[in-house]
Every structure is written in C-alpha cells, then in structure tokens.
Design a protein around this ligand. Structure first.
Ligand SMILES: Nc1ncnc2c1ncn2[C@@H]1O[C@H](COP(=O)(O)OP(=O)(O)OP(=O)(O)O)[C@@H](O)[C@H]1O
Ligand SMILES: [Mg+2]
Length: 514
C-alpha cells in the first residue's frame, strides 16, 4: 500500500474536520481556509482567500476578531476566545476559537492561524440547564416559605380566636358608652384585619378550604369587567378577547374571582397615567411532561390572561412577585400578598400562574386552571336559607388549646347552649356514648394527641349515626383532608370565628333534629 505524503494527510484532515480552520497574514488577509469555514461564510474557499474580516463579517464581529488577532501577535502565545459570529444564514453561532502565531522556520511571525469549534448547542443546553436549576430552586423556596407561613397562620388564628371571642363576650357585659365602644370596635377591627391577613397567608400556603366546581370563566371575566368599570378609573380602557370555547374551569368560583380581581388591580396600579387592560380567555393543551413543581401536568387547561400596557417589571422583580410580602409599592400601599394568594390558589387548584413582563412595555399574567369535563354543568351557588332554630342544645367541644376551648365554650354558653368539653378524641368518644350525650359534636381538625378531628367525627357517627358535626380549624392541611371534610358533609368554621358565625353553623347542622 502506498503511503500518502504528509502534506496530503494534513490536507485531508483539514478538509474533513467540522471545525473551521483558517490562516491570515500579518495584514489580516486570509491565506488559507478549509471547507467548514467556507460553508459558514457561505462563499467558495477561493473567494475568501485574499479578503479580510471586514469584507466577510458584520463590522462589530470583524472588529472583535482583529482585536483578538492583535492580542495573539503581541503576546506570541496561543490563546482561546469565546464569541458569537453571524454566518451567511443570519444565525448567530457561538464558537470557541484557539488562535496562535504561525512562523517561518527562522521564527519570524507570518500571521495568525485559528481553529474554531461551534459550541452553540452546548451553550444552549447549558443555559436550559441553568434555567431549570433556577426554576427548581425557586419552586423549592416557595414550598418552604409556604410551609412556614401556613404553620404561622395556624397558630396566629388560634390567638385571634381567643381575642375575638373574649372581646365579644366582654362587649355583651360591660356598660356601654362611646369610649368603651370605640375601644372594643378598635380591637374587633384589628382582629378581623388579622384574620384577613392569615386568610391570605393560608391561601398562599395552599391550605384554604376550596370548593372547586365547574365555573364559566367568561362569566367571571364579565363580572370583573363590570366591577372594574367602577374601580379602574377613567383613563384605563378594559377590553376582553374571550374565546367561546374557553370552556369551564374546575375551580372555586369565589377564589377565582378574587384572584382575577387581584391581578386586575395590579394592572391598574401599573398604569397610573392610563393605558389598556385586555383580558383573554382560551383553552390550552399541555403535552410536555413537567420539569419542576411549577410546571403543569400534561392535560387541558383554561387560560385567563390579563395583559396590561403598564410599567412592566424587571427580571429581578418577576422572580420575586409570588413571595409573600414582596411589594414595590410605597408605604402601606401594598401588602405584597396579592400575587402570593393568586399563586397559592392556582397551585392548590391544580393549575399555575405565569408572568411575562418587560420593563416599560407591560405585563401579561396568565392563570391556568384545569378544564372541567365538558359534560359537567356549572353548579349554582348554594343559597338555601338557614332555618332558624333557637333551641338550646348540648354541644361537645373538642379542642386541645385550653384558651380556645374556654372561649368557644363561653361563646356557646352565651347563646344558651349547654357545653361539654374534651381535650382529645378518646375522652370525646366516652362522652358521646355516655349518659347526657351531646346533640352536636364541634371538633378541631388537628388534635395534638390521639386521632384527628376527622377520624373522631367518623368514629362518633359510627357510635351515633346521624350525629351533627361541625369542624373548626386554624387551617386545613392537605387536599386529602379537605376532601374528607367535604365527604362528611359537615361545615367547617375557620378560626377565628364570631359568635353569630358559630350560631349559624349550629342552627344549620341542627336543622334536621327535632
Ligand atoms: N401588572 C403589573 N405590572 C407591573 N408590576 C406588577 C404587576 N403586577 C405585580 N407587579 C409587581 O409585583 C409586586 C407584587 O404584587 P402583589 O400583588 O403580590 O403585591 P402588591 O400589589 O404590591 O400588594 P397587594 O396586592 O397586597 O396590595 C408589586 O408590588 C409590583 O411591583
Ligand atoms: Mg397586588
């Protein structure tokens, strides 16, 4: 076999490699380029030889290449640069180029050689990875903050229940004058404000009791637009672009309305000098599997998008908008809980929220909610009036917090009921089966010792079928627990509750009793 000469071998290798190889003289003119280089430039090799970078590339690219060449010639050492060049097809290519000085056999510089490797795909893969890692980190952070705020809200609700109940009882007892009325009012207002705040925190931590049902999102949007007419001011134009086949979302109607309203109010705040808000609805199909917690599961979703022409947000702000208490609004203008609630609601409903925003250009906030099966009809809100039944009952209160227990007891006694109390389920079950058994079981959902309130209610109904039950809770933990509470058909009072709320619940569950 004839061995090819080394020049032919070199030539074959240079032409076969997918990397661009080139040699320039001291004036920056190309003296040799390989096939890969010619392909990137989009010219024949012979048309490139003799030309300089300004004749082949956009001026910005050419300047950067020449600068790098000068650096290599000045130092004499080979160097590697990363950069972006635009080829003949107009597509930017990210490359890694190694450049060095090429010399004659006496060591005199003759020019610069370079080998350039295309790393566009590698870079893109790297960026995708970085992006995914950030998204993962963000969703884990939100999860942790959610757990923290959920626990906090739970404890805080117990405290508020004690304050609210005691003040109400005090109100009924102390001699009334303007001075005491003002003080009591101030305490009541502060407590209710606190309850509102903890409600928002619970929504964020996905622990609010939701009652999902098929809702027509176009009707929700129409309602919001009517309301907006009064709250958005004259300089903001609200239009809708609703799709008739947007379909029914499966979500809690009241929470959905509150969520859309929150997003719309943010749009208003972002357009102090006027602008326009467009609300779009549509159905979207998600087909790709989720990468992070924040991605949707494959399936059909209803999308409600609110697009404003307001101030927009920087990427840093977008990254933080769902955090509770994150607000850029001055002073007490924003609590920073609006989007936190929207986020918690969407996630708890099996959907998500996405934000696209550009500083100075405006913002689009998209709410995704699972599409309800097309054969389901929207459920009409339950407006059945509560039948009054001012009958004194014997009510068993199961609550592990002594102060909450005694305030609920006093609230019930002030309504004329007889009260039995228990700290844990075992004690409660004995009372239910014993003499002087209660007419109603009022139990906390989370009990520190023994079985929880839901298990207790089930056991109690086994012993006493049809026993009226009312649950009370500072929060409702996981979705399964919520489902189990719904399955019992018993109402849930969220702490803190007022005496009239308590009485309404008692009347409702006793309606079937004689
Ligand atoms: N449409 C929007 N355009 C520009 N910035 C927005 C928009 N929506 C939200 N933001 C930014 O996100 C921040 C957080 O919003 P979020 O609704 O959670 O709280 P807030 O509006 O500041 O307070 P709150 O809703 O509790 O009154 C806002 O302070 C604002 O900086
Ligand atoms: Mg807001």
């Amino acid at each position: 076999m004839a061995i090819p000469n080394s020049f032919d071998i070199l030539q074959a290798v240079i032409e076969a490699t997918p990397d661009s190889i080139f040699v320039k003289d001291l004036e920056g003119r190309y003296v040799l380029v390989n096939e890969a280089f010619a392909r990137f430039i989009g010219k024949a090799q012979t048309d490139i030889v003799g030309k300089n970078d300004f004749e082949l590339y956009p001026a910005v690219d050419a300047r950067a290449f020449i600068e790098a060449d000068r650096h290599v010639l000045a130092t004499g050492a080979p160097q590697t640069f990363e950069g972006v060049a635009t080829g003949q097809d107009g597509q930017p290519q990210t490359y890694l180029v190694s450049k060095g000085v090429y010399r004659d056999k006496d060591g005199h510089s003759l020019g610069v050689y370079g080998i350039s490797h295309d790393i566009t795909e590698l870079r893109q893969a790297h960026e995708t990875l970085e992006h995914t890692r950030e998204a993962l980190f963000r969703s884990q952070k939100m999860e942790a903050v959610g757990q923290l705020t959920g626990g906090l809200a739970h404890d805080f609700n117990n405290i508020l229940a004690i304050i609210l109940g005691n003040v109400e009882l005090l109100q009924a007892r102390v001699p009334r004058d303007q001075y005491t009325d003002e003080i009591i009012d101030a305490v009541l207002r502060a407590t209710l404000h606190g309850k509102d705040l903890t409600g928002h925190l619970l929504a964020f931590s996905r622990r609010r009791l939701l009652n999902p049902q098929p809702v027509d999102v176009n009707l929700v949007v129409a309602g919001i637009v009517r309301l907006m007419g009064r709250t958005l001011g004259a300089t903001i134009r609200v239009t809708t672009s609703t799709s008739t086949d947007a379909g029914l979302a499966f979500a809690d109607p009241a929470a959905l309305e509150a969520a859309v309203l929150n997003v719309a109010l943010n749009a208003r705040d972002a357009m102090p000098d006027g602008g326009s808000l467009t609300i779009h609805t549509s159905t979207v199909a998600i087909t790709t599997p989720p990468v992070t917690e924040d991605d949707l599961q494959p399936g059909l979703y209803v999308r409600i998008a609110l697009e404003d022409t307001g101030s927009g947000m920087s990427a840093d702000v977008v990254a933080r908008v769902f955090e509770p208490f994150f607000s850029t609004k001055p002073g007490s203008h924003g609590t920073g809980l609006g989007l936190s609630m929207v986020y918690g609601f969407a996630k708890q409903s099996g959907g998500t929220v996405q934000i696209a925003s550009e500083l100075g250009r405006g913002t689009t906030v998209s709410l995704f909610l699972p599409l309800a099966g097309n054969d389901v009809q929207p459920v009409a809100p339950d407006t059945a009036p509560v039948t009054p039944a001012a009958v004194p009952r014997t009510i068993l209160v199961v609550e592990d917090e002594p102060d909450v227990r005694s305030i609920v007891r006093r609230q019930l006694e002030s309504l004329g009921h007889r009260v039995l109390v228990a700290e844990a389920a075992t004690e409660a079950l004995l009372l239910i089966q014993g003499p002087g058994a209660p007419d109603v079981l009022l139990t906390d959902v989370v009990l520190k010792t023994g079985i929880n309130g839901i298990d207790l209610a089930e056991a109690a109904r086994e012993a006493r079928p049809g026993l009226p039950v009312i649950f009370m809770s500072g929060y409702t933990a996981v979705a399964e627990a919520q489902q189990r509470i719904r399955d019992t058909g018993a109402p849930l009072l969220s702490k803190p509750f007022t005496t009239p709320q308590l009485e309404r619940a008692v009347k409702a569950v006793c309606a079937s009793l004689r």
